[in-house]
Design a protein around this ligand. Structure first.
Ligand code: SAH
Length: 259
């Protein structure tokens, strides 16, 4: 089962429609879909909420509304309140990264809630009292409080990462063999001489430098083919240049031959 389905995001009396929309987007970016709003304000700008939700409009429409926080979290085992402030047992707070495995463990069998406060006043102490855990997002001492939707994003993101669903794109091209790499180095060796990039005396030193540079990352077969192609093309240009030089020298020595 998808553990993230069991995570409920609860917004307590949010002030701005724009933030509600951004929260919907942040949730959907992280595969989290259960949104509860406690006591939505009659002045909420739902047009702004729709605008900022972008492609997460269905998420906005699917929200549930509750009169109190107590009702919104009634069916949840773990209830994690988020707060930027210190005091009131907040010194035992978890970071979102620390909390994620704890929350997911409970989400295997139960609904859990992540609770977010008002933009101007945060969560009241009686609301924090309903929470089993407190999450504090590390932030600068100069300005500890994040935008509501940013705070939701970071918490959802840590839950999403800890769930291990995301598969980052991997390099599919095969790694180059030593034989192919050595063929490429011998073409580069020839290229550095023919283009007069270096002299015979400095060549070995240059080659060692190149080997160090190219071994800083993993070279794939297509990488080596590009590098080899580049050197071959440079050799071809250098040879044309050499021919032209010879031709011009001949013309200078024997101007009649041009006629
Ligand atoms: N002025 C309010 C700030 C509220 S910001 C206060 O002093 O509490 C709106 C909500 O975003 C907060 O209630 C909390 O849920 C969340 N939030 C903002 N910054 C946070 C942080 N550093 N750690 C955890 N939650 C944070």
């Amino acid at each position: 089962m998808n553990l993230l389905e069991n995570i409920r995001i609860v917004l307590v009396e949010p002030l701005y429609g724009g933030n509600i929309g951004s929260v919907c987007r942040a949730m959907n970016n992280n595969n989290i879909t259960d949104l509860a709003i406690v006591n939505p304000r009659p002045t909420t700008d739902w047009g702004e909420a729709r605008k900022l939700s972008c492609n997460a409009k269905a998420q906005l429409e699917a929200r549930q509304e509750f009169q109190t926080l107590k009702e919104a979290v009634a069916g949840c085992t773990v209830v994690a309140g988020t707060s930027a402030r210190t005091g009131f047992y907040r010194d035992t707070a978890y970071s979102p990264k620390e909390f994620a495995p704890i929350g997911l463990e409970s989400a295997k069998d139960h609904k859990i809630a992540l609770v977010f406060g008002r933009e101007d006043k945060g969560l009241f102490n009686e609301e924090l009292a309903l929470c089993t855990h407190i999450i504090q997002i590390p932030s600068s001492e100069l300005y500890t409080s994040l935008n509501l939707s940013h705070a939701v994003y970071l918490c959802c993101y840590e839950m999403f990462c800890a769930a291990g669903i995301f598969q980052p794109a991997e390099e599919t091209a095969p790694e180059s063999s030593s034989e192919l790499r050595e063929r490429m180095f011998s073409v580069w060796r020839e290229m550095m001489i023919k283009t007069e990039f270096t002299h015979q005396q400095k060549l070995e030193h240059m080659m060692m430098g190149l080997r160090r540079i190219f071994s800083r990352g993993k070279l794939t077969v297509p990488d080596v083919k590009i590098l080899m192609g580049l050197a071959k093309q440079s050799i071809w240009v250098a040879e044309q240049w050499e021919k032209e030089k010879k031709c011009n020298a001949q013309l200078q020595n024997n101007p009649e031959s041009a006629e």
